[in-house]
Design a protein around this ligand. Sequence first.
Ligand code: CA2
Length: 150
Amino acid sequence: MAKPIYILNGPNLNLLGTREPEIYGSQTLDDIAKLSETHAQSLGLSTAFHQSNAEGQLIDWIHQARNDGAGIILNAGAYTHTSIAIADALSAAELPVIELHLSNVFAREPFRHHSYIAPVANGVICGFGATGYRLALSAMSDILNPQSSS
Ligand code: CA2
């Protein structure tokens, strides 16, 4: 059985669909989990989709992905801008990593312009709302199977 793509979501993303739809869209995290699984299946991939408000839990899932996952798509929420510990865990995982944000963080407050994760990621996708999860899975598929990418 092929290893899944870990799709990890950080603090407050469990609130999606309840507030601030003008920034984050109106879909819930559950909606995003479903569209991710559907798109992954179309690419011949599977997902392990998680959300936590706790930094340590996100790090534990990154450690788990090191053995059990094929790659990591991470929307670390505000930990993107603060967490050296998550960046260290991603480096140690030795897997393809895609940093993902719903909003265009570069069009927002200056404190969102810096990421500790970007330097240890293969690439960054931001500003496309829930579509970003599909884009990230397509990019991960190309990273994992470069000969079948167009
Ligand atoms: O745009 C993104 O995906 C972010 O990772 C979202 C984080 C933010 O701190 C990052 O700078 C960019 C915040 C997630 C908060 O999610 C909410 C969703 C609905 C209502 C309130 C917060």
